[in-house]
Design a protein. Structure first.
Length: 402
């Protein structure tokens, strides 16, 4: 299947336009990483605490931030998460300490800050709640069980197993049926828990307007190791490409491919910096995927150039390269277009968890396809012209046997 027949677009004639386009986006990304937003490492790489919070109403991010400030939590990242109708907020708190106690303290501080508006409220641990009311929306099944055993509304004595089942029924109804947040104690009447056990909760619990759905904690040392490993993985992949293409074609082909992939990676990371989108482990996986994808597209063009060099020995290399790009244009549009549609659907409908991963793929596929034509091929021609100016034969771009 071909989209075009006998195409004759002068791609190399537009190389300065391509260069200007690449320079604009590359320089913008570099300036953003160096002076504006930096590299937006996610919690996977810098360490910290992520708390996913669901509210019973549309959350006011300004109010949430003010609560964090009152609790002494400076510069947390607060953003809406998921669909607007879900009323979910993601709170990202950077942690400098490395101990598990210090990291867990971040979660406790965030919950405490959000509970400051709740009257007579306190954070509840595993112990009973006789000394004050606890937030039922953020109480664990163990806390509820201990309270029920202390009050013994079902007159079961020390029957730990039955009260454990009652507490678990309450937590399951809250988390699975009500999405993690109860707005009224009366809602528990629809749960499978005993009504007598539910009724006694009014004396020891209150309901805040939020519930913590999930907490992710990563130590700074672990994040630093992951950051180093991600950088090494990227460098190793580039080195492997250089060696492979140098062996498969000639060394200049390998250099052109590595420069092209570096160009693609720089623009992709720069886009994340400009949009202040966190770079997580899944984003690094997407970037490594793009290195392979861009490399594959570049090799297709290079392979056609090598074949045409054998058939068109008397023609200028620039004409051969233009012919080769035009001959592979249908294949490039077909494969890149289908792949792009797939990742675009992933970006639009994949949800918040896959947002960074799919965004990297969307940007990378567009830039990777563009660079195979606009960056890699002109490097070969530029190398030949440089060799000719020095009065030497451009041996590095002659055809090499399969």
């Amino acid at each position: 299947m071909e989209f075009f027949h006998d195409v004759n677009i002068d791609f190399l004639g537009k190389k300065w336009c391509f260069l200007a386009f690449s320079l604009i986006f590359s320089v913008a990304g570099v300036l953003s990483m160096l002076f504006w937003h930096g590299i937006p490492w996610g919690v996977d790489f810098r360490g910290g605490t992520l708390v996913y919070v669901k509210f019973s109403h549309t959350p006011d991010l300004g109010t949430v931030r003010a609560a964090m400030d009152r609790a002494g939590l400076r510069d947390p990242k607060i953003q809406s998460y998921g669909q607007a109708a879900n009323n979910e907020v993601l709170i990202d708190l950077a942690q400098k300490e490395t101990s598990e106690q210090a990291l867990d303290r971040g979660k406790i501080q965030i919950i405490g800050a959000l509970e400051t508006n709740a009257p007579a409220g306190k954070q509840c641990g595993a112990a009973n709640t006789s000394s004050g009311a606890c937030d039922l929306n953020n109480a664990s099944s163990l806390t509820i069980k201990n309270y029920l055993m202390d009050k013994d509304p079902l007159h079961l004595g020390s029957d730990d197993q039955k009260y454990t089942a009652q507490a678990q029924a309450i937590v399951d109804y809250r988390d699975k049926t009500m999405g993690g947040v109860l707005s009224s104690m009366d809602q528990l009447k629809n749960s499978s828990a005993d009504p007598v056990a539910v009724a006694v909760l009014n004396d020891g619990f209150f309901l805040s307007d939020f519930g913590v759905r999930n907490v992710e904690i990563v130590g700074p040392q672990v994040g630093g190791q992951l950051r180093q490993q991600a950088g090494l993985a990227t460098l190793y992949s580039l080195a492997g490409m250089l060696v492979y293409l140098g062996f498969r074609f000639e060394w200049i082909y390998g250099v052109a491919a590595v420069v092209t992939v570096f160009h693609d990676t720089l623009i992709t990371v720069g886009a994340f910096s400009l949009t202040k989108t966190d770079i997580s482990l899944t984003v690094i996986a997407a970037i490594l995927t793009l290195i392979g994808y861009s490399n594959n597209d570049t090799i297709v063009v290079f392979d056609r150039i090598r074949e045409n060099i054998k058939l068109m020995r008397r023609e200028k290399l620039s004409d051969i390269v233009n012919r080769s790009i035009n001959q592979t244009l249908s294949r490039t549009i077909l494969t890149a277009g289908l792949t792009f549609l797939t990742v675009l659907a992933l970006f639009l409908f994949g949800g918040e968890v896959l947002h960074g991963f799919s965004l990297a793929l969307v940007i990378g596929i567009l830039i990777g396809t563009y660079s195979s034509i606009a960056i890699a091929a002109p490097i070969l021609v530029a190398y030949q012209e440089w060799r000719m100016e020095r009065g030497k034969r451009p041996a590095a771009i002659t055809s090499k046997g399969r």
